[in-house]
Design a protein around this ligand. Sequence first.
Ligand code: FAD
Length: 408
Amino acid sequence: APGIVVVGAGQAGFQVAASLREGGYKGPLTLVGDEPALPYQRPPLSKAYLAGKTDAEGLALRPASFFSDHGISRRGPDRAEGIDRAGRRLLLAGGDALPYEHLVLAAGSRNRPLPVQGADLAGVHQLRGLADADALKAALTAAPRIVVVGAGFIGLEFAAVAAGRGLDVTVVEAAGRPMARAVSPETAAFFQAAQEGLGVRFALAAGVTALRGRDGRVQAVILADGRELTADLVVVGIGVLPNAEIAAAAGLSVGDGVRVDPFLATSDPAVSAIGDCARFPSPHAHGLTEDGTVRIESVQNAIDQGRCLAARLLGQPAAYTALPWFWSDQGPHKLQIAGLSAPGDASVVRGEGSAFSVFRFRGGRLSAVESVNRAGDHMIARRLLGAGTPLTPEQAGDPGFDIKALAM
Ligand code: FAD
């Protein structure tokens, strides 16, 4: 039998393979990846790894022996270039064609390019993979003035590390506040102040019109209002694009990601998609998107979808309903989010100072909880949202109301 072939040896690809073996799958299992390293965790790339607190070995999800011991064959670095659906073969850039019984697309996402002149100058970096992190780490030693384009999680985590090393950091953001799509105004304001406390400057509601260089190296970031920010190094973090091209070329249903059903199957039952590249219907997306589907870029989602798909391939199908949760570490502060919020959701704050949670409500219903340095609240929120236990804004706003008891 041709077995199961997985495109992408990242968090989701690794998980589906590991869970298949754990669940007793005995057939051939191949992970195709285009990066040279063993499957690894990305979160530390903008945190501990960048700060020099862990090395590449510390990022690996498992040592090489795990893959040989479990009969998981790793192909690569090689790129999947096409899918021959009629012949059930995955076509690799290296020239091979791998037959499959079931194909898993776990190709992740890539950084959205900055669409301005000068974006290809030397000294302009991004941060997605280990190679990016190594290049950035090396460049940091000779770059006193840094401009980060995009105040998303990765840009801000990087900014905190760079500022912590005494470098001069300015964050440019098109929206009026940091993390505007992902967190409440309250949480955004806290992290902006915390970053400013580390010495980071912000240029908000600011569009980048060009990067200017000299002798091929970046020197300045030009803003729409005419300001010029001197820069020895620019880090671009303006979101990602799902790696869905080979799915689209093979005629699978795509649209901001590979479209899958509640069981994570694509429009071809012999092909599934998981992780950053997959767009799926979520019971936690109520009122968030028109069609109730989302695409989530998080470790939780990659792991839980890997497990859910492995169970189906082992004969125990279940719809994917796992509660989304996420974290971001910026300087000394830890942000944890449970659920899915929309920018217009109402906020109710519990706690104060540098330890608080923002309960978000959409249509009167709890949509998400953002906890800042309040890990206990995060765990309670995961229980509440996971079980669908109703909580009113009045209860959330009453310091005397025992939310923990409600969650138990
Ligand atoms: P990936 O882990 O990206 O793996 C996809 C793999 O497929 C990659 O190796 C890619 O090169 C490969 N690939 C792509 N196309 C092909 C092809 N055609 N052929 C072969 N291989 C291919 N999430 C959190 O929850 N918390 C965090 O704090 C956090 N921090 C992050 C910090 C950084 C710097 C980054 C980049 C991400 C962070 N994330 C975080 C997001 C999280 O890492 C991702 O959501 C997760 O890795 C997604 O898993 P995945 O398997 O879908 O994709």
